[in-house]
Design a protein around this ligand. Structure first.
Ligand SMILES: *[C@@H]1O[C@H](CO)[C@@H](O)[C@H](O)[C@H]1NC(C)=O
Ligand SMILES: *[C@@H]1O[C@H](CO)[C@@H](O)[C@H](O)[C@H]1NC(C)=O
Ligand SMILES: *[C@@H]1O[C@H](CO)[C@@H](O)[C@H](O)[C@H]1NC(C)=O
Ligand SMILES: *[C@@H]1O[C@H](CO)[C@@H](O)[C@H](O)[C@H]1NC(C)=O
Ligand SMILES: *[C@@H]1O[C@H](CO)[C@@H](O)[C@H](O)[C@H]1NC(C)=O
Ligand SMILES: *[C@@H]1O[C@H](CO)[C@@H](O)[C@H](O)[C@H]1NC(C)=O
Ligand SMILES: *[C@@H]1O[C@H](CO)[C@@H](O)[C@H](O)[C@H]1NC(C)=O
Length: 889
């Protein structure tokens, strides 16, 4: 009988980030070389990924190539080389590619090679059959213009080769005349064990980042394992700006102009927030919105004016007119925000028009007006025809100020919001429903918080085919980019003129550059400015097209298509057809549409970083989904079963006889149900350990009076101890370095950061507190703590009238010296016939039982194999006991 082997992960925390995949030591397919080469010239990044793979066995094997690239990028080349032949992807008009490919599609096989993963990345995936002892080389090129946000550019390189690679290299070369003002390398690949694999160097206007981890390092780091590296390298930088008029670069008849003046005073703003409080916003979304709004209000400057509108089927205004952001008004507004409750339907039309009216009534004197709409649904009451709303809003705003639309979650009609924003000089942004949604909202707000110029017009002599030259706002931390073709190369000088309105006056910037001085680009990047121009033109045409109609729309599409084909960009209008060796299916790479098929569970590392604090956010749900019981329920319906759907028992009764038979078929040796003992003995607390590849978690009981060492990492001086009560933990104490102490109890939370003590109450409003290397975030019955490389989420549960705490280690270093009962992170266990469980060389008779999974806020009941704790912990209780003095009186 086949033995099921599984890696058990104590309390399942690694599952959230862990990647499934082959783990066999002996690899038939060997990626012997994996190179990523990224060259950034004047913000334009061209990245080449080259993977060389050998089939080491005497038989043909399917070889996979799977990489993640930024959403903003266009793929511009894909090639496979094997047995002396090259197979090049060909970029075609989308419909043509579709035709060629429709047969495969009709066979029901998903032909797509590219899918959206998480917030910032897309995944490119293909495979090919490689003959015995043969090799294949995959090469993928993608291009993107790095956008300046919050005062910096960010180049993101994701890597997950799925196995350790002998020759692994990431090379980044950046050239930014007149100079790089700062640069830093971040991301999981630049932490801990891998730090010495990263080298950076800078000379004048050039910078290099090289990442050459050894094979050993690829398996020993925090974000890697048997399958090698899995994480991001983030290169963050900004450039010198000696001239207020910006930087001009040209080559081969094309130019680009970067304009981001810093010597400008901020313009006071009139901002109106229009906030959806319809029923669908209830729960966490409205809570996060309140949290974000409180922070945003706190950040308004005293000379700003602001208004608040909340709406469901009714539109409610905080005050009828805009109010100045004085301390007193802000306090009143905050009180109003705290009272916002979700209810009712969604009347977007009336709410936005009210906002427009408020701004229009306010005298606009040397100020910049902004309207921000936040919604999570589609209009469904009042005027609910999207086209009609768009027309009404466009007419009411009349181009006078921008409208930004924030779509919360995936139930919004994003196309509708996007069009409405683009028609009104604004932008739409998706807010992902995650634990950091409040930070996403704040991040968006910050990007428009400081208007420096309005009505910016850029003019160029002797230039044509220009990208956008009029911008309604220029915000601090951003950058205006214009590219075009130089039409008269005989001129000695190329002239620019920028006219804009600043806080106090109309301003003009002028610059004249000798055309000779413009061509300062290295020969190998000769056409990178031309490609940049093409990239920007296509992006802008695609945006413009959204708001156009009729012939104009057709022309914009056609121009974008023509350029995409000419420059071989895979855009929403084109696709890349990849023809493979005879006998294999052709595949097509389409650009996924925003919001399409987002695989939330495979959140990218960058997303985690972008959200600062939330290393693996969407935590509660993700943790519960990946714990054992979901697998166990999979056969009782194709719909994913949520923990809140009930525990094991309630579910099992509903399983039909046929399904029960199926369960037996699908799960050999299905344990006898119902469980033999339902509850742990009095005075014992039951713990669960999930197995990712296995439906059955293990569980064990610990005496309730224990004072336990939960997690200790000597390398980062982190320790966590806990005192059990009859249900869960009564007190938990964390220490980090010498000066950080955090103590949680049912009553509240005290955090001492070396200087001050901060106290939180579980019932207070959500808040957060961050100091160097430590982040403490309080949500409802949930405290999220990051200390250095460790992240733990604590839930406060209530059962039988008793409150208790439960920690879930979300992230910890993969350090061999980690101690404590949550410190063992991967033990293999085998299930033998006759309810026998084997770990290492020990075998033990297990009992099929149940446990409440307190690792989820919903606390579902799961079936589990009950074994003695000594067996799972591989030690005696005394090994995990800690001293009384670890708990302050
Ligand atoms: C990276 O690409 C650039 C430009 O194509 C090339 O000059 C350079 O040699 C490449 N670097 C490596 C290490 O392959
Ligand atoms: C591969 O297999 C074939 C047929 O099974 C055999 O003839 C050949 O000798 C094998 N080659 C190697 C290198 O083992
Ligand atoms: C713009 O942002 C920079 C930091 O990115 C800050 O130093 C500067 O003071 C800001 N300018 C204004 C006018 O707020
Ligand atoms: C700048 O260009 C715009 C549009 O082409 C034109 O209307 C305007 O007169 C120009 N301004 C100057 C100062 O050349
Ligand atoms: C603009 O681009 C088109 C197509 O590439 C070209 O035919 C035309 O000459 C360009 N116009 C200018 C003014 O450069
Ligand atoms: C696009 O290319 C086609 C074929 O080359 C050409 O006929 C058409 O005029 C072009 N359209 C635009 C808008 O440039
Ligand atoms: C950990 O603590 C020890 C002794 O208290 C100290 O010497 C060491 O520098 C600390 N390490 C870190 C990473 O803070």
């Amino acid at each position: 009988m086949a033995r099921a082997t599984a890696i058990i992960t104590l309390l399942g925390f690694l599952l959230i980030c862990a990647a499934p995949g082959q783990t066999n030591k002996e690899r038939y397919v060997d990626i012997y070389s994996f190179h990523i080469n990224s060259t950034v010239t004047s913000r334009y990044a061209i990245t080449v990924i080259t993977s060389r793979v050998a089939n080491r066995v005497n038989g043909s094997k399917e070889v996979h190539f799977q990489v993640k690239i930024p959403k903003n990028a266009f793929i511009s080349k894909f090639r496979m080389t094997m047995e002396g032949k090259t197979y090049d992807g060909v970029v075609k008009k989308k419909e043509e590619a579709q035709q060629q490919y429709s047969q495969a599609v009709s066979r029901g096989e998903s032909a797509g090679m590219v899918s959206s993963v998480g917030r910032t990345l897309e995944e490119f995936k293909t495979s090919v059959t490689v003959a015995a002892f043969s090799k294949v080389t995959f090469e993928l090129v993608y291009e993107e213009l790095l956008q300046r946000q919050h005062g910096k550019y960010q180049l993101l390189i994701n890597t997950r080769p799925m196995q350790p690679v002998g020759d692994f290299k990431i090379d980044v070369y950046i050239e930014e005349s007149p100079g790089i003002s700062f640069m830093e390398v971040k991301g999981e690949l630049n932490t801990n064990e891998l730090v010495n694999a990263v080298t950076t160097s800078r000379a004048g206007d050039k910078a290099w980042v090289n990442f050459y981890p050894t094979r050993e390092q690829q398996t020993k780091c925090d974000v890697c394992g048997e399958n090698g590296l899995n994480g991001d390298l983030l290169i963050i930088y900004d450039v010198e700006r000696p001239k207020p008029s910006g930087e001009l670069k040209a080559s081969d008849g094309y130019f680009v102009h970067y304009f981001a003046p810093t010597d400008v005073q901020r313009i006071p703003k009139n901002v109106v927030f229009v906030i959806d409080r319809s029923g669908s916003m209830s729960g966490r979304k409205i809570e996060q919105t309140r949290l974000a709004m409180l922070k945003i209000l706190g950040d308004l400057a005293e000379d700003d004016y602001f208004g608040l509108i909340i709406f469901d089927r009714q539109v409610e205004v905080w005050k009828r007119k805009l109010r100045q952001a004085t301390e007193m008004n802000l306090e009143l507004a905050k009180d109003f925000v705290r009272m916002i409750q979700a209810r009712g339907a969604t009347d977007i039309n009336a709410a936005v028009l009210k906002g427009v009216e408020m701004i229009n009534k306010h005298p606009e004197e040397r100020s910049a007006s902004i309207l921000i709409l936040l919604t999570d649904g589609a209009p469904n009451t009042g005027v609910s025809d999207p086209t009609q709303i768009q027309a009404n809003v466009k007419e009411a705003i009349g181009g006078k100020f921008p409208l930004y639309c924030l779509g919360f979650g995936f139930d919004v009609n994003f196309d509708f919001l996007n069009k409405m924003a683009l028609e009104n000089n604004g932008r739409a942004r998706r807010i992902y429903e995650d634990s950091d949604a409040d930070l996403q909202l704040q991040g968006f707000y910050e990007s428009v918080a400081t208007p420096l110029l309005t009505d910016v017009q850029l003019n160029y002599t002797a230039a044509g085919n220009l990208t956008q030259t009029r911008f309604s706002r220029y915000y601090n931390g951003s950058e205006i980019v214009v590219a075009g073709q130089i039409t008269d190369n005989s001129l000695d000088a190329f002239q620019t003129e920028i006219i804009a309105i600043s806080k106090n006056s109309k301003v003009t910037y002028q610059d004249s550059v000798l055309t000779k001085g413009l061509a300062g680009v290295l020969p190998q990047h000769e056409n990178s400015i031309q490609r940049l121009w093409a990239y920007l033109t296509v992006k802008q045409l695609l945006e413009k097209e959204v708001a156009l109609t009729g012939q104009e729309k057709e022309t914009a599409r056609e121009e974008a298509l023509n350029l995409s084909l000419k420059y071989k960009f895979v855009t929403p209008l084109t696709s890349m057809v990849v023809t493979k060796p005879q006998g294999e299916d052709t595949q097509v790479a389409h650009k996924p549409k925003e919001g399409e098929k987002v695989k939330q569970r495979q959140r990218s590392q960058s997303d985690k970083l972008n959200s600062h604090r939330s290393k693996c956010s969407g935590f509660g749900r993700a943790a519960c989904r990946s714990s054992g019981h979901q697998t166990a329920f999979r056969m009782s319906g194709s719909r994913p079963v949520r923990p809140s759907d009930g525990g094991l028992n309630s579910r099992v009764h509903r399983v039909s006889p046929t399904r029960q038979r199926m369960m037996r078929l699908l799960v050999p040796k299905a344990p006898q149900l119902p469980p033999s003992t339902a509850a742990p003995p009095v005075n014992d607390v039951r713990f669960l350990s999930s197995a990712p590849d296995q439906p059955k978690p293990l569980c064990f009981d610990l005496p309730a009076t224990s004072k336990l060492r939960l997690l200790m990492d000597p390398s980062s001086n982190f320790s966590m101890s806990g005192m059990l009560s009859s249900k869960g933990f009564r007190v938990i104490a964390l220490q980090y370095k010498t000066n950080h102490n955090l103590e949680l109890s049912i009553g509240g939370i005290h955090y001492y950061d070396g200087l001050n003590t901060v106290t939180f109450l579980w019932d207070q409003k959500p808040t957060n507190h961050e100091t160097d290397g430590v982040a403490v975030i309080l949500r409802k019955d949930e405290l999220d703590v990051t200390m250095g490389t460790v992240r733990v989420v604590f839930f406060r549960h209530k059962k039988d009238g008793k409150k208790f705490l439960w920690p879930v280690v979300q992230q910890q270093p993969k350090n061999v010296n980690i101690q404590g009962i949550f410190g063992k992170n991967s033990l293999k266990y085998e299930e033998l016939p006759g309810s026998v469980i084997k770990i290492k060389d020990q075998e033990v008779k297990a009992t099929w039982s149940t446990a409440t999974d307190y690792r989820c806020s919903s606390a579902p009941v799961l079936g589990c194999w009950l074994v003695p704790y000594t067996f799972v912990l591989q030690g005696e209780l005394s090994d995990f006991m800690t001293c009384r003095r670890c708990f302050k009186p």
